[in-house]
Ligand binder design. Structure first.
Ligand SMILES: Nc1ncnc2c1ncn2[C@@H]1O[C@H](COP(=O)(O)OP(=O)(O)OP(=O)(O)O)[C@@H](O)[C@H]1O
Ligand SMILES: N[C@@H](CCO)C(=O)O
Length: 306
């Protein structure tokens, strides 16, 4: 499944972008217990037992379908950095859900089409994550706008509590996604704790307007990306937890590049015109791993191995 960058500036908790940097998970129900191999990112750090995030998700999803497997084996080949704002936890959760649905289908426990699987994975991933902005691009790929259906959208009609939706839009071919990844991690939970409970009306109004503009800029007019990525809901509030990122954003934006905090940080995402993508590494300087990543046009891919 791909890495993802959430928010994209003004689209807090709803906009996301899938990036062509993929973890691979192999899952098998088997002998008693939980056996996990982790290669790459997180090896030696994430628990290699039943507490492992992918294992917890697979186990819960199998149990919810009434399928009891004596054991679970996972082999995880990870390249998405953890705790950097590149959606590693959402990708792990989506991988676990997609693997579980594939196991259930192979065992004949469920019979569902791709759209039903996708809807369920998106809803359950959002429940695990608490917000759909990383889960949506991890599931469907591309640039996504995700939202949860609430009863207040249809007053007087019964709602569908828990339903999560996403639309995927095509990104203008001149837009490149360049991410600058620091060595330091920042847990999303810590970054969320820095957000105020309320924001001034003027800040909300400005940010809503720029979110609308960003849809146009990303899909049709990249020249507007710098202005379209202005927001006042989260980046300044979280800057004390990632001062180096705040300085980097300032440097990149002063040079005319549309740089934003990727997800909850501390990575930066630059939505750069193709002709300027190569400048990012020089502007970032030492201390940043700079990755020029294609936008992933599809999300998680699951297949049953023999
Ligand atoms: N592939 C994985 N396998 C097991 N655990 C993982 C995996 N990926 C992430 N995690 C867990 O999730 C934590 C990181 O989640 P967190 O939400 O803080 O950051 P993120 O998802 O990388 O960034 P963001 O949500 O801002 O995009 C890791 O420290 C680890 O505990
Ligand atoms: N919208 C989320 C993305 C990170 O998971 C946040 O910024 O907290």
């Amino acid at each position: 499944m791909p890495a993802t960058s959430a928010n994209l500036g003004p689209g807090f908790d709803s906009f996301g972008l899938a990036l062509e940097l993929r973890d691979v998970v192999q899952a098998r129900t088997g002998a008693e217990g939980t056996r996990i191999e982790v290669h790459g990112e997180g090896a030696g750090k994430v628990p290699a037992d039943a507490r492992h995030l992918v294992a917890r998700v697979v186990r819960e999803e199998l149990a919810a379908a009434g399928f009891s497997a004596p054991g679970l084996e996972l082999v995880c080949r990870n390249v998405i950095p953890h705790g950097r704002g590149l959606g590693s936890s959402a990708s792990a959760i989506v991988a676990g859900l997609a693997a579980a649905r594939a196991l259930l289908t192979a065992a004949g426990v469920v019979d569902e089409d791709d759209a039903q699987t996708r809807d369920r994975v998106l809803r359950e991933a959002t429940r695990w994550e608490g917000h759909p902005d990383n889960a949506a691009p991890a599931v469907v790929g591309g640039f996504t706008i995700a939202w949860s259906a609430h009863d207040d959208a249809h007053p007087g009609r019964p709602g569908h509590p828990g339903a999560v939706h996403a639309v995927r839009l095509g990104v203008h071919p001149d837009v490149r996604a360049v991410v600058c990844v620091p060595d330091t991690e920042l847990a999303t939970s810590r970054a969320r704790a820095l957000l105020p409970a309320t924001v001034p009306h003027a800040d909300a109004a400005l940010t809503a307007g720029r979110a609308g503009l960003l849809v146009h800029a990303l899909t049709a007019d990249p020249d507007l990306l710098l202005e379209a990525t202005v927001e006042r809901l989260h980046q300044a509030q979280r800057a004390p937890a990632m001062p180096d990122t705040a300085q980097l954003l300032d440097r990149l934006r002063r040079s005319g590049l549309a740089a934003v905090v990727s997800g909850a940080g501390p990575s930066a995402l630059v939505l750069a015109p193709a002709a300027r993508a190569a400048e990012v590494a020089g502007l970032a300087g030492p201390g940043w791993r700079v990755l020029d990543l294609p936008i992933a046009t599809d999300g998680v891919r699951a297949r049953v191995l023999d």
